[in-house]
Ligand binder design. Structure first.
Ligand SMILES: Cc1cc2nc3c(=O)[nH]c(=O)nc-3n(C[C@H](O)[C@H](O)[C@H](O)COP(=O)(O)OP(=O)(O)OC[C@H]3O[C@@H](n4cnc5c(N)ncnc54)[C@H](O)[C@@H]3O)c2cc1C
Length: 336
């Protein structure tokens, strides 16, 4: 394999029901940064049915080029159809780097494709850099987050990585940007397509996306009980925030898994993060340390959360939270 034959960065622009997923836009932002270091272009790959119009959005978020495979077989996510289309594009474009969001779809698709194009894949990366030798340094937490592993793929191309949603940052949208759109045709091998989608059932309850919240009120084991945990909603309501939690709370079943912050939950970056009765275990911190302003309340002054908090209060959550809530209420009523 002549490594020099492989050029450019390819980003999988995951869309669901005609909506580009945030992680795709975040990856475009990161890809732009990497591309400028190696002087290459960023191409977004868009798979779906009647999705070509989404190319514009990808260009406005940084794609120099969009390769669209618009086929009825790609209307819903199907591992085989998507893997066939994706690997055809990679083989044709001879990309140097391929980035995929580590969503449920990306985690399913990435390994399939890397096996088909016979290259290495690093899963669930949280940091990507280019080395002096022009190699992609792919860093990810390993061994439950106790070790950061930086992995390279020296002998094969493309260098593939799935990347955690929420870690990379989008570029600001620029509608004036221009780029090229290429329609790419794929001849599917239908004999390999064994999955038939009978029905897609959506969860009925309202989905809360903690990664989009500006203020997060996050509770941990120190909150004490399910009843106390419910009371955090009061503070959230007063301050216009959203409630999230450490894994200890998810494990206790007090709130759904989609509210979990951390390495096996979501990575968040709100303007204000309240860490209430959270010790600050490395697996939790990995998901929130980039928050703009961190307020920690913990009765143990030696709790590691205080090492990363901007404001720390040593005391009992069950006493302090109602006091803060009342104070905010009062301030708001004085203002109005
Ligand atoms: C592979 C792996 C992945 C993991 N992924 C995640 C993850 O994604 N997210 C995550 O959060 N964890 C994760 N964990 C678990 C993590 O290691 C910790 O166990 C967890 O974060 C602890 O949650 P906690 O801070 O709520 O509880 P604890 O560590 O028990 O801390 C409770 C804190 O509350 C304080 N406290 C007690 N009572 C009060 C009170 N009345 N007022 C004020 N403070 C009080 C205590 O001093 C303590 O600091 C993972 C672990 C592993 C092994």
């Amino acid at each position: 394999m002549n490594l020099d034959d492989y050029r450019g960065i390819l980003v999988f622009a995951e869309q669901r029901e005609g909506e580009i997923q945030n992680v795709g836009l975040e990856l475009l932002g990161k890809a732009k940064e990497l591309a400028s270091e190696i002087n290459e272009e960023v191409t977004a790959i868009l798979l779906g049915y009647q999705v070509e119009h989404l190319s514009k959005e990808l260009i406005s978020y940084g794609a120099d080029k969009v390769v669209v495979v618009d086929k009825e077989e790609l209307k819903f996510y199907d591992t085989e159809a998507y893997a066939q289309a994706f690997s055809s594009v990679i083989k044709d474009k001879k990309s140097e780097i391929v980035l995929v969001g580590a969503t449920t779809i990306g985690r399913d698709l990435g390994p399939r494709v890397s096996a088909r194009v016979v290259t290495g894949l690093t899963a669930d990366c949280t940091k990507l850099e280019i080395s002096e030798e022009r190699e992609l340094l792919m860093t990810r937490p390993a061994f439950g987050g106790n070790l950061m592993a930086t992995i390279i793929c020296p002998d094969h191309r493309p260098q593939m990585s799935t990347v955690r949603p929420g870690v990379m940052q989008k570029f600001s949208k620029d509608e004036a940007r221009t780029g090229e759109v290429e329609k790419f045709d794929v001849e599917f091998d239908k004999s390999k397509m064994k999955v038939k989608i009978i029905e897609i059932i959506k969860e009925e309850k309202e989905k809360i996306d903690i990664t989009e919240a500006n203020v997060l009120i996050s509770g941990g084991r120190g909150v004490g009980s399910a009843d106390n945990f419910k009371k955090l909603e009061g503070l959230a309501e007063e301050i216009g925030g959203t409630v999230s939690a450490s894994r200890a709370i998810i494990d206790s079943g007090w709130i759904d898994h989609d509210r979990q912050v951390g390495q096996t939950g979501k990575t968040v970056r709100p303007d204000i993060y309240f860490a209430l009765g959270i010790s600050g275990a490395i697996q939790h911190v990995a998901g929130m340390e980039e928050s703009e302003y961190i307020i920690a309340i913990n009765k143990d002054k030696g709790a590691p959360i205080f090492n990363i908090s901007d404001l720390g209060i040593v005391g009992d959550v069950s006493k302090i939270v109602p006091m803060i809530t009342e104070e905010i209420k009062l301030l708001k009523s004085q203002k109005s």
